[in-house]
Design a protein around this ligand. Sequence first.
Ligand code: ZN
Length: 223
Amino acid sequence: MSTSPFIPRLLESDWQQPLGKIVCVGRNYAEHAAELNNPVPKQPLLFMKPATAAVDLEQAPLELPKDAGEVHYETEIAVLVGKRLQKADPDQVFAAIAGVGLALDLTLRDLQTQLKQKGHPWELAKAWDDSCPLTALVKAEKVEDWQALELSLSINGEERQRGQASQMLTPLAQLLSYISQHFTLEEGDLVLTGTPAGVGPLHSGDQLELELKGYLQASTQVK
Ligand code: ZN
């Protein structure tokens, strides 16, 4: 279960700031929007998870809710905010990022589909305890080209997802700027930047390998 407070593992640093809110964006890769038959939004589609959703991806096997229908993985580039961003311009964003890693935006897909049909909020399908397994993060200063960040996920040795930041419908800097017009981003907040195509259900015993190409690798198993 989640331990509170959750402190992100920012490598080669003495980061001690507890995790704040987690701001997520839906449908930020066109091919993923299409695979779930969703239209591409004109503005970023935002939702949030509380800090209690976070769990260390590598510390223990993933525990999924029981009898809750399909639990889908969504592999996403996650950025840790190091300095407050409030109504920020895109060119102010990168100086405020402390680190980058990968997260799973675990989703109760059957429940989300029902909530969407009713026009209800998504939190019950998205914000539950342990719904946001997070890898270690590398320091932002190590990133040479933010647009070239590339993530991948393999399950049981088979590649399921691959995506590059350059494919995002709203690029990183514009995304954090947009978020900060509505919700102040504070030190310790995390932003999940959307998932590429290839999402699907997790099963007990699945072995997951995640990679942020050139920066980090992480693996876990579904309990
Ligand atoms: Zn997502």
